[in-house]
Design a protein around this ligand. Structure first.
Ligand code: GUN
Length: 283
């Protein structure tokens, strides 16, 4: 049987139309969600991400401001900007694009963001709330993974979810979210023994390792839901995931393509977080 494609673009559009509706409701109370995006340096990929975040805000009727700072910006200057944004009432979400230049300590910057405006969900208090199960702003890509599974008609409770990858940005938080959704969760990583055998027992397989097409059909249980978080550019310019899509297609029950799977969800969940932060600030 050929796996059903989980259409990230379509699900993302569906969520965005819900957000437009909620934004209009909030506008009646005189509140416009506001997002500040901070970019330090000239990283090409980051410039593209930042531009698409600003454009997405515009499409939903959000206020946004982009702060493009020179690569030579000091940590003190960046922290001063964050302090200003923390105190700016028309800004509900602050996102500092990563990676930062090496002379700036990432942790000091993330820690400085007001947790109520932490739309990336990277602040230690946000991470703690995620683990405890308290209401908080959830990291965007992991939250998008959960939406893709649910909105493609699948349930999570009681399933065995195997997450390959243990990064702070994806592997760890997506594992916690799956646990919150009552899955039985196994986390695999570069030192895991018998990874293939473990992956074969997964009803839900989430892959986030940053290795092009590393996971083939031998890792997949027939009928499994396969979520590919990887985005890798091959030498010929082609974009591929961490999963070998063509190889897995006849084994999986559901699969996300790359591009067009998890990718479109990340910015959508950022918008959802910004709206949520604006709603909470208005209470
Ligand atoms: N760089 C690549 N992805 C992300 C992300 O989700 N958030 C931030 N802040 N920087 C990134």
């Amino acid at each position: 049987m050929v796996a059903q494609r989980i259409e990230g673009k379509q699900i993302s559009d569906e969520i965005r139309s819900e957000l437009i509706h909620k934004t209009a409701e909030l506008a009646k109370q005189g509140v416009v969600p506001g997002l500040a995006v901070v970019l330090v340096g000239e990283d090409r990929a980051s410039q593209v991400y930042v531009a698409s975040k600003a454009k997405a805000c515009e499409q939903l009727g959000f206020y946004s401001e982009v702060h493009r700072l020179e690569a030579s910006t000091t940590q003190e200057q960046l922290l001063a900007l964050i302090d200003k944004l923390n105190n700016q009432s028309n800004i509900h979400g602050i996102l500092v694009q990563l990676p930062l230049p090496s002379h700036i300590e990432e942790k000091a910057v993330i820690d400085a963001i007001d947790v109520k405006k932490d739309v990336d969900g990277f602040h230690p208090i946000s991470v703690g709330n995620l683990v405890i199960g308290d209401d908080s702003l959830l990291p965007c890509t992991p939250a998008g993974v959960i939406e893709l599974i649910k909105r493609s008609g699948n349930t999570i409770a009681g399933k065995h979810a195997v997450v390959i990858g243990r990064s702070n940005i994806v592997g760890k938080p997506v594992s916690m979210l799956l646990l919150r959704e009552h899955a039985t969760v196994t986390i695999c990583h570069s030192r895991t023994a018998n990874m293939e055998a473990i992956a074969q027992t997964a009803d839900i397989l989430v892959v986030a390792i940053g290795k092009p097409q590393a996971i083939g059909a031998s890792f997949v249980k027939p009928g499994a839901i396969v979520i590919d978080v990887g985005i890798n550019r091959l030498e010929d310019g082609k974009l591929v995931g961490d999963v070998d899509y063509e190889d897995v297609l006849d084994t999986a029950g559901f699969i996300t393509p790359v591009p067009g799977g998890v990718g479109p969800m990340t910015i959508t969940m950022l918008l959802a977080n910004t709206l949520k932060a604006a709603e909470q600030a208005n209470r």
